[in-house]
Write a protein that binds this ligand. Structure first.
Ligand SMILES: N[C@@H](CC=O)C(=O)O
Length: 305
């Protein structure tokens, strides 16, 4: 498997026009900017930050194509694969391959969040998607406080399957992180382990090959430094970067929910001059009055503006 995500892989937003259509000029701008940064290893489009499930399947295809064009071959485009059933997810992955995506980040089937999954179902989901599309896949570990979180054996099984080359881990249970990551690593030395703990990256930064985060779409430069510091086991430097970013972390990710974080990401890009406005699609809603100014202040304090 040749994809190398050992570094920063941002999950960028999908820009919209003020009337809620996809803003292709906006994608060009975001894609060219992020794709041109040394240390960015790929972009994951159509994830949570990219409002992927709020797009029609035609729109999803066009967003992939637009990002592929925007990055001009500098980095691979990876598509979020979110279809509920394995058959539709597999079809979705085939469309993504055709549109130019180089890999897929496979989300759990949505119903598992509420009801949990039957033994073997996650393994089968990855197996089928890979076999039917040929796409290299990233295992997505959901938070421990959801029923869609995979137990250790399920993670090990998926990680060992053909076509699975990386894991995006957002377990958000530090006991599980500290005990499971070493086992996963030992049993799958080639698996690229990427943290997605946007709201508290510091703890996870010392055990990973990289980060696959929405945060990377607004603050790529310090996050690349943070990943380097983690790999060098330079806690002092990592702590310094963490502290510098804290106002941004708070104003974007310590909000009522991670959903608000997606809206906040767009305001952060407005502050950076990358986007002109922060239009999102429902069910996302505008942030409370003044949040835009608070986010812009935080970006200034962190030296990102
Ligand atoms: N960082 C979030 C949202 C990304 O998909 C997560 O942990 O899942």
């Amino acid at each position: 498997m040749s994809l190398d995500l050992r570094g920063l892989t941002p999950a960028p937003v999908t820009p919209f026009t003020r009337d809620g259509e996809i803003d292709y000029d906006g994608i060009k701008k975001v894609g060219a900017w992020l794709g041109g940064i040394d240390g960015v290893k790929g972009l994951v489009v159509l994830g949570h930050a990219g409002e992927g499930t709020f797009l029609t399947s035609d729109e999803q295809t066009r967003v992939i194509e637009a990002y592929v064009e925007a990055v001009k071959g500098e980095v691979p485009i990876i598509a979020g694969i979110t279809g509920e059933g394995d058959h539709v997810a597999s079809e979705e992955t085939r469309r993504a391959v055709k549109a130019g995506a180089s890999a897929g980040l496979v989300y759990p089937s949505h119903g598992w969040l509420r009801f949990g999954y039957q033994d073997g179902a996650p393994q089968e989901r990855y197996r089928r998607i890979h076999e039917e599309s040929g796409m290299p896949l990233i295992l997505f570990q959901y938070p421990d406080n959801t029923k869609a979180t995979y137990n250790l054996q399920t993670q090990l099984d998926i990680a060992a399957q053909p076509g699975v080359f990386a894991m995006k881990n957002g377990v958000r249970n530090m006991k599980r992180w500290d005990t499971e990551i070493p086992v996963i690593r030992e049993q799958n030395p080639d698996l690229q382990i990427l943290t997605c703990h946007d709201e508290y990256l510091l703890h996870t930064m010392f055990d990973v090959d990289g980060a696959l985060v929405g945060y990377g779409g607004i603050a790529p430069e310090p996050l690349i430094e943070l990943i380097k510091a983690g790999k060098a086991k330079d806690y002092a430097r990592a702590r310094e970067l963490h502290d510098r970013l804290m106002p941004v972390t708070k104003s974007v990710y310590h909000r009522g929910s991670h959903m608000e974080g997606t809206v906040a990401l767009k305001w952060a890009l407005v502050a950076r001059g990358v986007l002109e406005h922060a239009t999102v699609r429902t069910p996302l809603r505008p942030l409370a009055e003044g949040a835009d100014r608070q986010i812009a202040d935080a970006m200034r304090q962190a030296g990102l503006v």
